[in-house]
Design a protein around this ligand. Sequence first.
Ligand SMILES: C[S@@+](CC[C@H](N)C(=O)[O-])C[C@H]1O[C@@H](n2cnc3c(N)ncnc32)[C@H](O)[C@@H]1O
Length: 238
Amino acid sequence: MLEAKRLAGELGAVYVPRRRLCELNVDFYYVVEKGRLSIKWKGGEFFFHPSTAILRMRNIKAGQRDYLIETLQPEGNEVVLDTTFGLGSEAILMAAFLPEGKVVGLEASLHVYTIVKYGLERFQTDIEWLREAIKKIELLHANFKEFVREASDNYYDVVYCDPMFENPVYESSAMNPLRPFAVYDTVTEEDVKEMLRVAKKKVIIKTHVKDSLLSRIRVDELKGAKKSGVVYGVIHKR
Ligand SMILES: C[S@@+](CC[C@H](N)C(=O)[O-])C[C@H]1O[C@@H](n2cnc3c(N)ncnc32)[C@H](O)[C@@H]1O
């Protein structure tokens, strides 16, 4: 109860005890339960879980390709700016390959940020790589459009950007609960120019081949699975 009250204060929300839930007339509400924070609504729930990162790491260990890690080409000491943190699955995966580096994440949606920040800070696991990777993440509530414009030249080794797709892949079930709370900003040429200025090595952008991004922004390299249409474009710093 104390934790729920504290969070309600932080979010500028109203605290309601569980027994009065039925009186609520709201689109969604936060619930603190067994050390976990979630947003619930009729027929849905959004909470932090690194399931996709675990699955992708399992595939990598089994010898499968991972296009994000292939495009990142980590040396292990890089500082990566993940401009669109979301659930943090890809940030966690990248951080696992950066034993001497770290990932700084930005999330513009206050709801997504609150749920994921709370989850990251309290996540308990006996999977060692995951525990270590989470420790290497610093998550900020910020919009990348302003953040990159204020950052110094060459401050990060790599800048990563994974905006919400214009053509959503609904089969990506881990992303579905986040969709109602996400920010749907378009990445412009000017944004990419700023990301490249801030990056020492490269900018990596994830998109769907059917989205307009690749018709507006020129990339040097493109990797991804033809079947899913999800691709990673790399723009190298010259
Ligand atoms: C497709 S999701 C990212 C998923 C992430 N790569 C993962 O592994 O979970 C995009 C996220 O970026 C956030 N976002 C969109 N525009 C943003 C902006 N201008 N600044 C920061 N975050 C933004 C959305 O709210 C959403 O949570």
